[in-house]
Design a protein around this ligand. Sequence first.
Ligand SMILES: [Ca+2]
Length: 323
Amino acid sequence: MKSEQCRPVLFDHDGGIDDLLSLLLLVRMPNINLLGVTITPADCYADDAVISSRKLLAMTGNSHVPVSEGTIAGPNPFPPEWRAQPKMCHAMPVMLRTDETDVPVSTDPAHVFIQKQLEQSDKPVTVLMTGPASNLAQALKERPDLIEKVEKVVWMGGAVEVNGNVAMHDHNRSAEWNAYWHPQATKELLSCGVKVCMVPLDATNAFPVDRSLLHTLAEKNTPVSDLVGQFWAATTTAIPSYEFTYFLWDILSTAVLTIPEDKMTIETSLISVSVNTPNAGQTYLDAEKGSSVSWLKSTDVDYVKAMVVHYLSGEFLVQPERF
Ligand SMILES: [Ca+2]
């Protein structure tokens, strides 16, 4: 168990390779007390995400951290081939060798699990989200009294001054996928009064998973960096095809909990969310009706990459030195 001085964190993710690596990064960063892991059935099939999450928790000595599966479905599902891809994560040798059965799975759906965790925490909780906003939005819609128990939400989502990454027949490409998956939940989260720091495509576009990053990891030649490199190698044919177009979307969002303030540029703007075609899920500047939202505009890219590689190297059961 981590000490009382650590920052309490709830991690809500949606089971992609990026999300699973973010879980690994999160438990290896300093001063994090992970209270629980919740899963949104978005860029994954939830049963695979539960297995992989439990295995990663078990192999890093975090078998006490409970996992909860979300039951809320977004109206704009991810393509099935993307959702199926992370199944390979728990088929890798070190994952297969890890027994995950000690890691508890909550019988509560994720939004109820989140409510109970917030209720029980004596300190305000940081919520890290690397999938759509549905679980937390529902939790706070039912229990607005719990908003004050949230220190802040760090959310990989949105695109403010850059194009989105949704390419669908009825969409104009203005939205980012997590925001688009459940536009109403996005709108509710950003307008409910909870303190949000979005990590939008504006910031993550600087972090493609490229050959040089894979080489840097390979040269570390440790158990953790090898597993991480194998996960990322599986993304190199992913979206759209045969190109290195996967990004450190969720990894950057996770890293934000530890990146020093002078290595980031964070803006605060009035932002609205569209819930209709052709721009459903678009997070746009709206000086008249928008809600005040902080968003990460840019980071010191070299610093962040070096930090991520540092924490994603070493032995699974040895906590890395502070970067
Ligand atoms: Ca994700």
